[in-house]
Design a protein around this ligand. Structure first.
Ligand code: RNT
Ligand code: ZN
Length: 418
């Protein structure tokens, strides 16, 4: 028996003393898929042009060497990350990550063929794919209005983009036999105080209705909408605010996407899940880490992440929630960023699965808040590490910090030569 397994057996007993079955928790954990965001691999640049991220109010800072410059480099980098993360997962693409084979395809012309390379790769690596229309970094996004633009031709262009993206995702879903979730995030908004807050919202709702006019089998494709409080350049007014998105998504039976960085700084998305779950069949998450603002830092296992994982487990929402990551940091090795963020997310889910839930619920109902608080605190020092290490070993990925050496080797052998 390896030392990892020996430690696990002791830890298992400690949890069993509280009535928690660690084997069952690990079994459940192995079924949870995380969708890794392609855009961490190249600072949200994409492969459409060499200009990279130009607008939309989001920002990747840092210039760590070796970023992926084309689809095959990005795939190779992602493969390294996937080898260091326990379990089988998903990859989320943005429209600008197309493979145009040297022939320019406008945003409203993208088609499944531009993503066939990704689909084949996903199939070979047993990954699911998710998708995102790209409503930024384009001449027709430069004035900050797209789906809500007052210019009809601009609106129509972006409507056609949305429709094209749904078709791409449908093809992905069909070929990979797993639903592809399309997340609509549009940064439309005003820097300064608008006079008319209503008309842009009416136009956006109308544009979205046109995009979703065609029914697509939810077995292959699902649509989600992501709200936002503010962005750089849209500090005063964002068309797709929380109320707009909640109202639209629930009335049209679309998914609400909650991004951890898109609310007031003291507001966490964990508390929103139970409410939304009452009115919406499924939910999409953008797990991120806002530091003082929507900064998209690499996700770490902090209280916010714990809170999200606990709500998913405690409310039995894992089957109805698509967990996507959304951070982009160019100050550290980009592959390591994926690994840190994803491993942290899985850790948080495991910790949530290791709670003696039935007892905690019982004490709460009986009004024994003393025991509830005491046990929640004691749980924090149970031997979680050995359970996590065992899960990594069982899944054939490095235990503990050993994965860093693999990233470093790839950095020397591959990234440094780019
Ligand atoms: C931006 C949103 C959005 C993007 C990605 C790249 O504030 O969070 O989800 O991060 O689409
Ligand atoms: Zn997001």
């Amino acid at each position: 028996m390896s030392s990892v397994e020996q430690s696990y057996q002791l830890a298992k007993q400690r949890y069993a003393d509280l009535g928690v079955d660690t084997d069952a928790a690990l079994e459940q954990l192995s079924k949870i898929k995380i969708s890794l965001q392609c855009w961490q691999g190249d600072d949200v640049g994409g492969f459409e042009s060499s200009s990279g991220l130009t607008d939309g109010g989001i920002l990747a800072t840092g210039n760590y060497p070796g970023k992926a410059k084309n689809p095959s480099q990005l795939r190779a980098d992602a493969e390294v990350a996937f080898r260091l993360i326990p379990g089988k997962h998903r990859f989320s693409l943005h429209a600008i990550y197309l493979d145009n084979h040297g022939k320019k395809a406008e945003r409203d012309e993208i088609a499944p063929e531009h993503f066939q390379g990704w689909i084949d790769w996903a199939k070979a690596n047993e990954l699911g794919l998710d998708f995102n229309p790209t409503y930024f970094s384009h001449p027709l996004s430069a004035d900050g209005f797209m789906l809500s633009s007052a210019v009809e031709s601009t609106r129509n262009f972006w409507i056609r983009h949305g429709i094209a993206c749904r078709k791409v995702a449908e093809a992905m879903g069909k070929q990979l036999e797993t639903t592809s979730v399309v997340n609509f995030w549009a940064p439309d908004g005003y820097k300064d105080i608008p006079v008319d807050r209503l008309a842009p919202r009416q136009r956006m709702a109308d544009s979205l209705d046109k995009i979703f006019a065609e029914k697509i089998d939810p077995k292959f494709e699902l649509d989600a909408l992501e709200s936002k409080l503010f962005g750089i350049g849209s500090e005063t007014y964002v068309v797709g605010s929380h109320e707009f998105v909640m109202g639209y998504a629930i009335s049209r039976k679309k998914l609400v996407c909650l991004d951890a960085g898109h609310f007031h700084p003291t507001e966490t998305i964990a508390d929103k899940l139970s409410s939304i779950s009452l009115f919406s069949e499924e939910i999409l998450l953008h797990v991120s880490r806002p530091v003082r603002w929507d900064s998209d830092h690499v996700v770490i296992w902090n209280d916010d992440l714990r809170g999200i994982a606990e709500e998913l487990v405690r409310n039995n929402l894992l089957k109805r929630t698509h967990i996507g990551l959304d951070f982009f940091d160019a100050t550290i090795n980009r592959i390591a960023a994926w690994v840190i963020g994803t491993r942290s997310t899985i850790k948080a889910l495991l910790a949530a699965l290791l709670e003696p839930l039935a007892d905690l619920r019982k004490w709460e109902l009986e009004g024994d808040y003393t025991r509830r608080l005491a046990v929640l605190e004691e749980l924090k020092t149970l031997p979680f590490g050995p359970v996590w290490d065992y899960y990594c070993e069982k899944n054939g990925v490095p235990v503990g910090a050993a994965w860093i050496d693999e990233v470093r080797k790839y950095e020397t052998d591959v990234l440094a030569k780019r």
